[in-house]
Design a protein around this ligand. Sequence first.
Ligand code: AMP
Ligand code: MN
Ligand code: MN
Ligand code: MN
Length: 292
Amino acid sequence: MILTTLLKGLFLKIDLHSHTRFSDGKLSVNELLIRAEQMQVDVLAITDHDCVDAIEPALEILKGNQQKLILISGTEISTKWHGFEIHILGLEVNHRCDKFLQRLSTQLQKRQVRAEKICEKLTNIGIANVLPEAQKRASGNCISRAHIAQVLVERGVCSHLQQAFTHFLGKNKKAYVAPEWISVEESIEWIHDAGGKAVIAHPFHYDMTTKWLRRLAQEFAASGGDGMEVQHPNLAKAKHDLMVQIAIEVGLDGSAGSDFHAPSKWTELGRRLTIPDPLTPIWHRFSTKIAS
Ligand code: AMP
Ligand code: MN
Ligand code: MN
Ligand code: MN
């Protein structure tokens, strides 16, 4: 019995970053949970952008079907730091905390205003009426540039999502609108006030030199941040090693997540997400006991 528990602990599949249709994910909460089961994920954090709306329905579904999955309530907060858009994950946040929900709603309002401004810019360059279609895709939930990108691809303006960012939506591109997100420090405060752990999401995805990355990690740790993602299913080993090195240098714990938005060949729930020694996995700090 003890041996079985130990072995299971060694091979737990832990994925601390995923999205549903409550933000820009393609799957419903139920579909995401089914996929997690298919992929034999043992621990899953749902981390929709600037909201926690998927958590309560996910808990309900899990209660109903007796799936063994351990759900970690989470969110991914958009912040601004020296002109960069930095995403901070809140893991094990209290998704019923009124103050937290109120704070997140201010982010959602900013998202709505930004979407309107982006679509105005698109109209000015001859691409009209994108907003209603993007809003339809967001179905009243958190609206993201990803929804706008999907409309541009569907209309044939762009051949794929990435192109929508490189031509129109990315920083300083034709329809870019600088966001007014909260600071990294504020996001840490929000997350801690809601009882969660704050983690820098996908540091390897920011268009940033190693010097800036170190500075981000240092400031984040100095402001009380808890961890940093060091692994992703598709991350090159050299980048992974660098993330591990920086996390150790500044004293952050390690986190790992697929940032799953939809089934694709690039990423998959629970794939290739180990945290190497001597980094402490962030889930060792969770109040939920995870045997790994
Ligand atoms: P937003 O949260 O509104 O800033 O939109 C960013 C979202 O678009 C990210 O969470 C990704 O899901 C998606 N995305 C896809 N490609 C890119 C890209 N090249 N740059 C930024 N976001 C991207
Ligand atoms: Mn996204
Ligand atoms: Mn992100
Ligand atoms: Mn994400």
